[in-house]
Write a protein that binds this ligand. Structure first.
Ligand code: PGA
Length: 265
């Protein structure tokens, strides 16, 4: 059984913000929600995330697959983003990350686990991104989107930028230029910022915000400002995770004490 949150923060009646003592407890709780969806809808469509944040969620899902018979055989998944350009053989690619942390350990068929292709030629990137959106739409949209958050408030690689709220909430899957904060955060993994790809493919806010459940996880002190701005600042394109306020009744935030430290209750 997963740990109970130590605090439930009611920022407004629609928002569920769960604060756990440890990121491990929060991850187990998020994994339990994903497992519950899969048990009630074995053919669910999942939007999956990468980065350090969801690793313990995937470990828990793998444990449930091995020990509790949780099956992914009818699940279809769409990953949020991928560096561009990047080979799937590069151990910093998100295709590689998903293989290492989840796909190779569970029974999801390879042709049901979609990751944007970091090798697509530049002239075909836009058609590839459009196709990804069409596949998600043909699948009936995402039943559940798992998200992390960047220090700059990004979700997926929807980076901060200036736009009207309406435009910011309706971005398609597309090729984007990475934000300097994102490049700085990725630099250690790539052995220097000069090796970080300058661009990425990302699922847009249009599909993310339409997901029927959105689980967003943030852990550690370095996420506290982005969490506070997303939950208690204005909903605006400069803080992409704040756009989740527009669909607050479908969003659950899973925090640890450190990432919740900036919230004013
Ligand atoms: P992290 O990245 O999980 O590695 O902190 C999260 C994100 O940038 O969305």
């Amino acid at each position: 059984m997963s740990a109970q949150p130590c605090r439930f923060i009611a920022l407004n009646s629609a928002l569920e913000v769960l604060v756990y003592q440890t990121s491990k407890d929060a991850s187990a709780s998020a994994a339990a929600r994903i497992a519950s969806l899969i048990r009630s809808k074995p053919s669910a469509t999942l939007g999956l995330a990468t980065g350090s944040t969801p690793i313990a969620v995937y470990q828990e899902l793998v444990r449930m697959h091995r020990l509790e018979g949780l099956s992914f055989s009818n699940i279809t998944s769409y990953n949020l983003d991928e560096y561009y350009p990047i080979s799937p053989l590069n151990d910093q690619s998100y295709r590689w990350f998903m293989h290492q942390n989840l796909f190779q350990h569970i029974d999801i068929p390879a042709n049901q686990a979609h990751v944007l292709d970091g090798t697509v030629p530049a002239h075909a990137a836009s058609e590839h991104a459009d196709q990804f959106d069409r596949w998600i739409e043909q699948a009936g949209g995402l039943d559940l989107q798992l998200l992390g958050i960047g220090r700059n408030g990004h979700v997926g690689f929807n980076e901060p930028f200036e736009a009207s709220l309406i435009d910011a909430c309706d971005l398609p899957t597309r090729l984007i230029e990475l934000h300097p904060v994102t490049i700085a955060d990725a630099a250690p993994a790539f052995h220097g910022s000069q090796n970080v790809p300058t661009h990425a493919l990302t699922v847009g806010t249009r599909q993310i915000l339409k997901a029927r459940q959105i689980l967003i996880l943030a852990f550690g002190k370095n996420k506290a400002d982005a969490v506070a701005a997303s939950l208690q600042g204005l909903a605006e394109s400069e803080v992409p995770a704040s756009l989740l306020q527009t669909v607050a009744d479908r969003v659950v935030w899973f925090l640890d004490e450190d990432s919740a430290a900036g919230l004013k209750v």
